[in-house]
Design a protein around this ligand. Structure first.
Ligand code: HEC
Length: 120
């Protein structure tokens, strides 16, 4: 019985781990480089190449993920609303991102030290 309980627990842990994707910070940083996000937002995500490119470091992860998905909806042709952002540059950039990329990138950005917040 004890063995069965252990085996069940192990398989539940495996199943849970596989179905719930905990955001992967290292993968987020890698994706940020790979998709050339750094070329505008800066490798540290706070030293933008132009003042019109927003600081992303330290922003809330859920806000970042929401923004990226809103650009995707905008690019797909949805009319602008609070859930849809129309922007030619970011609309094109987010096309390459999977939901997992978005979660990882957002979590990594949120973990960075930032001038956006006094507590980091
Ligand atoms: C060519 C320059 C450029 C590149 C490359 C770029 N961005 Fe952006 N990004 C911008 C600009 C400009 C805005 C502001 C757009 C707007 O007004 O909505 C922006 C906005 C954002 C926002 C919304 C920020 C906010 O405060 O609402 C996020 C998140 C973001 N970018 C993430 C990324 C990610 C992730 C990548 C890589 C996949 C990327 N950007 C690549 C220029 C760029």
């Amino acid at each position: 019985m004890k063995k069965l309980t252990l085996a069940l627990t192990a398989s539940l842990v495996t199943a849970f781990g596989a179905s719930v994707h905990a955001a992967d910070l290292a993968a987020g940083q890698e994706a940020f480089q790979k998709y050339t996000c750094a070329s505008c937002h800066g490798a540290d995500a706070k030293t933008s190449t132009l003042p019109s490119y927003p600081i992303l470091a330290g922003q809330h992860a859920d806000y970042l993920a929401h923004s990226l998905k809103a650009y995707k909806r905008g690019q797909a042709g949805a009319p602008a609303s609070s859930n849809v952002r129309k922007n030619a540059v970011m609309g094109a950039m987010v096309q390459q991102l999977s939901d997992e990329d978005i979660a990882n990138i957002s979590a990594w950005l949120a973990s960075l030290p930032s001038p956006l917040s006094v507590s980091k």
